[in-house]
Structure formats: structure tokens, C-alpha cells
Design a protein around this ligand. Structure first.
Ligand SMILES: Nc1ncnc2c1ncn2[C@@H]1O[C@H](COP(=O)(O)OP(=O)(O)OP(=O)(O)O)[C@@H](O)[C@H]1O
Ligand SMILES: [Mg+2]
Length: 311
């Protein structure tokens, strides 16, 4: 349903994409992961026809999206990272407008507006002004607007940023349902838990390049060793590790030790920190999961908290 090849994009001197290839089949959810500035939104906006790449090809349902952007656009539902709703009209009018833009009319349009409103828990809010909704409600409306015309390719760029637990769960369930009905979904997020729940395959990009791709289980098996984390009151001490394997990483008050054997590792670490043990606040074993895999691949720590603030 989506095939992207060799995509390059620079903004002046900033290289946002350096040769990205990506495919999403009908019924498949591909989750696009990567740190802030990795190039996710740039990729999504090129696929949606909002920006032109410097090089590369984009095919949507077999349509050359760069040569025939209108034809491709009719197959796409886009919820960009930045909210795009009309604050001075109601929720119903917003959804109707987006439906009309996508070519829906009459009874079909009214039915679809009702259906997406129900799916995104907006049915009680249909006659409220969009500008008076809460942040999470706006985000739901924004996402609903991308879905009114049942797109065959759904592009969701951080759709759950800033949404509450219930909304996020609801949205994730809805995305699974849409994929179950055959839609292809490209889903960018910073919440790794969602990716595991979605049963999505992963494309992990950083600095404009794909660093890893595959099913969650594959990535975890290949990259996601367990980690022992020691948290200190104040700066974490420097320790050297006499066991085989990677050296501990210090990150503020956190000491992170990648390891295949958390138990013995903890015992060794407690000895190694010596008198610093008095400042030790907690010891945690983070079992291999998508987060540890992500960390190993990007060499960074995931901080979803930053995203919530930014949303
Ligand atoms: N309109 C623009 N003009 C100039 N530079 C831009 C523009 N949009 C994005 N960039 C730069 O391109 C790079 C990729 O940005 P992009 O928004 O695609 O990242 P992202 O992966 O979506 O990040 P985030 O997780 O923060 O949303 C960044 O270095 C960013 O500063
Ligand atoms: Mg982005």
C-alpha cells in the first residue's frame, strides 16, 4: 500500500532524511520510532504530499505520489503531529468539513461522521466548539478527522501525544481494528508500550537513516539485552566492570549496566560502588524489551515525559 524508496530531504544545511526505504502492506501497522529530530514527521509529510523530497520515490496503492499527488492523497488519511482543527466551529462541523474535503457527501458523510465520533469517544461532544475542547479531546478530534473517509493508508504522527490513558488505549484499539479491516497504517510514537500492544512492525530511524527494522520480537531478541539500573541520591559514581560485556553508562543519578545475568551483576555492582552504597536509592532490573532494544540501537534513553510536555 505504501512503498518509499531512497528518500532524501534537506532543509538548507539540515539533512532530515538520507536514503530511507519503507514499505507498509494492507492490514499492516508499521510503527515509526526514533528520537526527536530523527526525521519521522518529515517522512510522513512527504508521503502525504505536503513536502517534496530532494530524491526518491513514493508509491501509494500503486500510484506515483510525487507525479500524481491528488490521486495518492485520496487514499490517505493524515493526522499530522501539529493539531489542525478549526477552533471556531463545532466538532461535527469539523468532521463534516474534513469528510467533504475527502469527497464524502450526503447520508454517507453523516453516517461516517457519527461512526468516527463514536470510535473516538467524541459523540457527546459533537455540538461543542472545537476550540473549547480539552487538549486530549482536540487530539481525538484531530485524529478522527483523518479517519472520516476510511483511508486505505493511515498516517498517524504522534496521535497519542498528550492524550490520557483511556484515550490512548481507545486509539490503539481503533488502529488495530482499522488494520484488521485492511488499512495500512504508518504510526509514529514515542510510547514504546503502544508499539508492543499494536503488534506493529518497527522501523527505527535516527538522523535520517533507518537503523533497524523488523517485528518487535525480532528486535528485542537481536538487540534488547537486560539492564540493571542503580539510582543514586546525587551523581552516579564511576565504576569499572570486571565482568565480560559492555561497560556501565552514567546518566545523571543513574548507573545503567547492560547484562545477560542481572543477579550476579547486581552483586558485583554493589561491591564495586563501595562507600557510594550509602547514596543508593533503588536497584532495578529492566528485562529485555523494546525499550532496551531501542536504547541499544540508538545509544540513548527513551524519555516519553519530554513528549508529553511538548504536546
Ligand atoms: N520546516 C523545517 N525547516 C527546517 N528544518 C526542519 C523543518 N522541519 C524539520 N526540520 C529539521 O529536520 C530534522 C527532522 O525533523 P522531523 O520533524 O522530521 O523530526 P521528528 O523525527 O519528527 O522529531 P520529533 O520526534 O521531535 O517529532 C530536524 O533536525 C528538524 O530540526
Ligand atoms: Mg515529529
Amino acid at each position: 500500500m505504501l512503498r518509499v524508496e531512497g528518500l532524501h530531504k534537506s532543509y538548507g544545511r539540515v539533512v532530515a532524511l538520507r536514503g530511507v526505504d519503507l514499505e507498509v502492506s494492507p492490514g499492516e501497522i508499521v510503527s515509526l520510532l526514533g528520537p526527536n529530530g530523527a526525521g519521522k514527521s518529515t517522512l510522513v509529510s512527504i508521503v502525504a504530499g505536503l513536502r517534496r523530497p530532494d530524491a526518491g520515490t513514493v508509491f501509494v496503492g500503486g500510484v506515483d505520489a510525487l507525479a500524481r499527488p491528488k490521486a495518492a492523497r485520496s487514499l490517505i488519511g493524515l493526522a499530522p503531529q501539529d493539531l489542525g482543527i478549526y477552533p471556531i466551529v463545532t466538532v461535527r462541523q469539523n468532521l463534516t468539513l474534513f469528510g467533504e474535503l475527502a469527497g464524502l457527501r450526503g447520508r454517507e458523510l453523516r453516517t461516517r461522521v457519527q461512526e468516527v465520533a463514536e470510535a473516538l469517544l467524541l459523540d457527546d461532544l459533537l455540538d461543542r466548539l472545537a476550540g473549547e475542547l480539552s487538549g486530549g479531546q482536540k487530539r481525538r478530534l484531530h485524529t478522527a478527522a483523518a479517519l472520516v473517509h476510511r483511508p486505505r493508508l493511515l498516517l498517524l504522527d504522534e496521535a497519542t501525544a498528550g492524550a490520557d490513558v483511556e484515550t490512548r488505549a481507545q486509539l490503539v484499539a481503533l488502529v488495530r481494528e482499522l488494520a484488521g479491516e485492511g488499512s495500512a497504517v504508518l504510526y509514529s510514537t514515542h510510547y514504546l508500550q503502544e508499539v508492543e500492544t499494536l503488534g506493529a512492525s518497527v522501523v527505527l530511524i535516527d538522523k535520517g537513516s533507518v537503523l533497524a527494522r523488523g517485528a518487535v520480537a525480532e528486535l528485542v531478541a537481536r538487540h534488547g539485552g537486560s539492564v540493571v539500573e542503580l539510582r543514586f541520591d546525587g551523581e552516579a559514581p564511576v565504576i569499572t566492570r570486571d565482568r565480560p560485556g559492555r561497560q556501565p553508562e552514567r546518566d545523571g543519578n543513574l548507573l545503567r549496566i547492560p547484562t545477560a545475568e542481572p543477579g550476579p551483576e547486581i552483586a558485583a555492582a554493589i561491591t564495586a560502588i563501595g562507600a557510594h552504597a550509602a547514596r543508593l536509592q533503588s536497584v532495578e532490573v529492566v528485562r529485555a524489551n523494546l525499550e532496551t532494544a531501542y536504547l541499544a540501537i540508538t545509544g540513548r534513553r527513551y524519555e516519553p515525559g519530554e513528549e508529553i510536555e511538548r504536546a
